[in-house]
Design a protein around this ligand. Sequence first.
Ligand code: HAM
Length: 421
Amino acid sequence: MFERPRGTNDWGPEDMARRRQVERAFVELAESFGFGEVSTPTFEPLELFTAKSGPGIVEELYAFKDRGGRDIALRPEFTGSILRFYLSDLRGLPKPVKLYSTGPVFRYEEPQKGRYREFYQLNAEIIGGSPLPSDAEVLALAVGTMRAIGLKQVRARIGHIGMLRTFLPFGPLDQAKLLHALDKRNFPALEAELARLGRPELAGPMRKVVGLTGDASILEEAREILGGAGKEAVGYLHELSEMLYHYGLPASDYRFDMGVVRGLDYYTGMVFEIDSPNLGAEKQVGGGGAYDLAQVFGGEPVPQTGFALGLDRLVMAAEAEGTLAPARPLDAYVIPIGDHMRGRAVDIVSTLRAAGLRADIDLVSRGPSKNLDYANAMHARYAVLVGEREIASGSVAVRDMKTGVQRGVALQTLVAALRGP
Ligand code: HAM
């Protein structure tokens, strides 16, 4: 027997019904926001991800050489691929370009509950919109998706990585190292690095700033600690907050958190993360923010912002809050009484299917009572018994599987009789 690889999942029909329900909620909302769907390959040239994504992702890549000796990596996220696609083919589209994607991504992580090596993301990007309205739009889509699946216990935290960058006036590599130390709250590493760079005095304020979390009043505290470096970002976050109000996101629905540093290196401005407190250690259901990959990939500067939600974690959060609708049941299970009635039974099941009902038919020539047991086990709403005598008079026997009540129904009225409430 084979075992599936570590950190991967098999999803059965009930799981998939829940996953599709959540995915559909995102897709419908994204389309209602005017985003268009794109699809990019599951594997890409390795450099696409090593160029800027940073050790948070690069150390976790599934990378290999293909038979042509090319360095390839399974995509660990969508953003790199979307920006590659934008630069090669979509640059000419009217701006802003609003794109969404869903699908599997791959990271070689230590698996645990909610953390997998293959997982599924719901991703959205806006390229070429003005920063403030676009940041507000992606935040509204991210939080709106969670509301659409009924989640109540979500916590969005909004920060600003541009502010931290302004306060750390070093080259990109040194800045990345410092930000990773901050992301991991590894203060000894932060201090050592700043000492090496000859600016040990920056460690104290940095440490204070990433500890700031709460309502808009913390923005003033950040401005005091960072001085000029914080001014622009603080003004920006105040304005963003006003805009979010108009999206139906009052300030009570999120908090500011200057400690949102993100594990990826490409962020440049507003950043956010969303947690579900029900999920234990792996509670982050989504994250994103404003970034710059277009220039890193050789394109012209253009504002970029987006986010990804982890579908696996979203479904777990929805299960914990009991918000998902039960899967739509089978409307009818059609039972030919004797193999000679199979042709007529197929006619009937085909009519039901064509009418948009979920209808199944016996495929193993069971007797009627075994077939009723099966219909029961499949949670069919009705069993339709196709017997010779009934058919001769233009009808079938319909059994309500919940009440056990059975009655004759004329074939012309069968679809109407089986239609759900
Ligand atoms: P990320 O924070 O790396 O961001 O991933 C987004 C979400 O994917 C996480 O919040 C989490 O729910 C889920 N996730 C991450 N790793 C795992 C895992 N090992 N198992 C299960 N779920 C996981 C990005 O990927 C950025 N590309 C988002 C973005 C788009 N930023 C701008 N545009």
